[in-house]
Design a protein around this ligand. Sequence first.
Ligand code: PHE
Length: 369
Amino acid sequence: PQTAETKTSAAPASDTIVIGHVGSMTGNEATFGQSSDNGMKLAVEEQNKKNGIKGKKIVLKTYDDQGKPEEAAVAATRLVTQDKVLTFLGEVSSSRSIAMGPVADSNKIPMISNSSTNPKVTKDGDKTRPFVFRVCFIDPFQGTVMAKFAAENKKWKKVAILRDVGNDYSVGLANFFTETFKKLGGDIVDDVSYKAGDQDFKAQLTKLKSKGAEAFYVPGYYTDVALIARQAKELGIKVPLMGGDGWDSEKLYEISKGALDGSFFSNHYSPEDTSPQVKDFIAKYKATYNSVPDAHAVLGYDAANVAFHAMETAKELTGPAIREEVEKTKDFPGVSGKITLNKDHNADKPAVVIGIEKNAPKYAATISP
Ligand code: PHE
C-alpha cells in the first residue's frame, strides 16, 4: 500500500479541479447560458457532497460569450490557458460550439457540448474533432422528426420555410427537414431568410402568405421566432409554425403572447415526462431555482455529470486521459435519457415533440431514432 508520503508527492498541488463553462449569459439567448449554468451548478454541488472527484473539490468557472462565436473561442482559450481547466462544457448554440472546438483539440482538453445539435460541431466532413463531444442528438435526426411529424401525423403536404441564414443550426435544420419532407412526398412551397436580431419580418411573411402552405417551418432561436409568430398573426396568417429545440425558453411564451398556439417544436425533454429521473430532477431544480427546468438545465446537468464520471474513472487527471473515458460513455443514466456516445461523439436519443396550447408547452409525442 502507498504511504502517506508517496501519495503527497504524487498528487498535484491543488485540492480542487476546475471545470469550465462557456455560455450566453447575456444577450438575445441569455436563457440558454443561464439555464445551462444552473443545471451544471446543481451537478457540481451534488458531486462535491459526494466528496468531489478523486477527493478533490470541483469548482465551476463560467464565462459569458454574450452570444458571439468569437467571444466563445476567446473564453474557451482563457479557460484552458489561464484557469487550467481539465474539461470545459458548452456551448448551446452550434455556431459557438463550432468556434470553440479547435481550442479543445489544439490544447488536448475535452469539450462537452450540452445542446449543440449541428453535425459540424464534432465532425465536419472528413475533419473529426477528437476532443469534442456532445450529450445530445444531432440535427439530421431532429429535422427528420419534424418532417415525419408534419407528413405522417399531421398529413401536411405543403410547408414553407423561414430560416436564419447567419446561424449554422438554423440552416442545417432547414436543409435536413427539407430533405426528409420531400422524401415523404411533401412539397416545400417557398424558402426565405432572415437574420438573427431582425425586428421586422413582414416582407418575408407576406411573401409566404400566398403560397398555400399548411405550416411554416421556422428553425430559429426563441426571440426571433416569437416576433415572427406575432407578426404572422398581425398579417392574418393562421397556419401553425413548426420549429426545433431553439424554441425552448420561457421567453418564447412571454414574447409571443399566445401567437404560437397550435404550433409545434421538437425538443430534448418534456417536463411532463413521468420517469423517476425527470421527476426527481424537477423537484431538486425547483427547490434551488424556484422554476421548472428547461432542456438546457437538463442537458447542462447531464453534460457535467458525464464529465465527472469520466474524470472519476480516468487513470490520471489529464486532458487525454479524461478524453479516453468520455469517449467510452455508455448507457450513462442522464435526466435527458440514457447517454451512449457513438463513433462520431454524438448521443443517439429520442426526441419529444411539444405542442403549444394556451401559450404553454404541452407534450405531444416521443420519436425514437
Ligand atoms: N440545438 C441548438 C443549436 O445547436 C441550440 C439549442 C439547444 C437551443 C436546445 C435550444 C434548446 O444551435
